[in-house]
Design a protein around this ligand. Structure first.
Ligand code: ZN
Length: 332
């Protein structure tokens, strides 16, 4: 069974498999999960399961399965936004989907529509989609992919069954990444999993560019510079981020910076640091600053993430970051 190729999420895989076997899969599905968990792959497995010619769907071997999994089946239609930003799943695309939905399938008993990033629809687009979901042709199955189902109107939610993809445990993540990447050492893989958790896609991204690890190192340098009494240290550490090659590090910096601040707060409250390799720096932060200051630093990291998402000019962003970090630790 091809579901075995998908790592973790055993309960969900079993639920979907039972539904496929008994022919009771809902015709409108929301597949929810954060970036990197494999929503697109899982949606294709569901589609293969619907179209599979064998007893144990999706078998992964028959012609229908192979075609679907290779994104090459005329009855599985796949939609993706161009810009991956809010409101970018356009109403015109939804109208196209409606027109195509009312044309019978080419070869299969079903016509499957996979709408990646469906949560990027605005209200008008969602209402247009609702009209199709209210009166769908019997052969149509809609799989809406999203990071958070809360982006959908109640009326859409009430017509869909929500399936949620979860992170996997560290061992599963390690096995998955080891199988998929030959470059990094076991130690690098374990470090990256410790940083980003059981999100296989994000671990892969991190290792491919090694940016998660480099961003973590940079976050630690920033934290150390804040603890140092030399103002120049912070300027120097942030100055390195101006180089064009550091673009990816800056983009990935918010998460590790937040994490080390969070660990420092935990230590200050008598708890433990979650990320072991960052513990010495988290300890220094906890000794140097009050809880209030640490919360303020965490808030700066949070805001950094938002500003990076908005694609701010890098030089301006760094100037802001330097000032914001200083203000945060002056705050009493
Ligand atoms: Zn098959």
């Amino acid at each position: 069974m091809a579901f075995e190729t998908f790592f973790g999420n055993e309960v969900l895989k079993n639920t979907v498999w039972q539904r496929l076997k008994t022919g009771t899969l809902p015709h409108a599905i929301i597949l929810e999960g954060e970036r990197g968990l494999g929503k697109r792959t899982f949606a294709r497995l569901i589609a293969a399961g619907l179209l599979c010619a064998n007893e144990n769907p999706p078998c992964g071997q028959c012609r229908a399965c192979t075609n679907v999994l290779e994104k090459n089946h005329p009855d599985v239609l796949y939609y993706e936004t161009e810009k991956h930003t809010k409101d970018n799943f356009k109403i015109d695309t939804v109208r196209d989907i409606r027109d195509i939905a009312y044309i019978s399938p080419n070869q299969a008993a079903y016509k499957v529509f996979i709408l990646a990033e469906a949560d990027l629809m605005n209200t008008a687009a969602q209402n247009a989609l609702l009209k199709i979901l209210e009166e769908p042709p019997a052969y149509a199955v809609f799989i809406l992919l999203c990071e958070k189902k809360s982006a959908f109107l109640e009326t859409i939610l009430s017509r869909c069954t929500v399936y949620k993809l979860e992170r996997v445990d560290d061992e599963t993540a390690f096995a998955a990444v080891r199988e998929l990447l030959s470059g990094p050492t076991d130690e690098e893989i374990r470090k990256c999993i410790e940083l980003v958790g059981g999100n296989i896609g994000m671990v892969l991204d991190g290792l491919r560019g090694n940016e998660a690890l480099r961003a973590n190192e940079k976050a630690l340098e920033i934290a150390e510079a804040l603890c140092s009494s030399y103002e120049f240290d912070l300027l120097k550490v942030l100055g390195d981020l101006e180089a064009p090659a550091a673009k990816g590090i800056l983009a990935a910096l918010a998460e590790p910076l937040k994490a080390v601040c969070r660990d420092a707060v935990a230590l200050r409250c008598g708890g433990e640091a979650l990320i072991k390799m960052n513990a010495p720096t988290a300890h220094r932060l906890a000794e140097s600053f009050t809880k209030k200051q640490l919360f303020a630093l965490e808030e700066v990291a949070e805001e950094l993430g938002r500003r990076v998402d908005r694609n701010m000019n890098r030089k301006l962003l760094l100037t802001w970051l330097c000032a914001a970090l200083r203000t945060a630790v002056e705050y009493e």
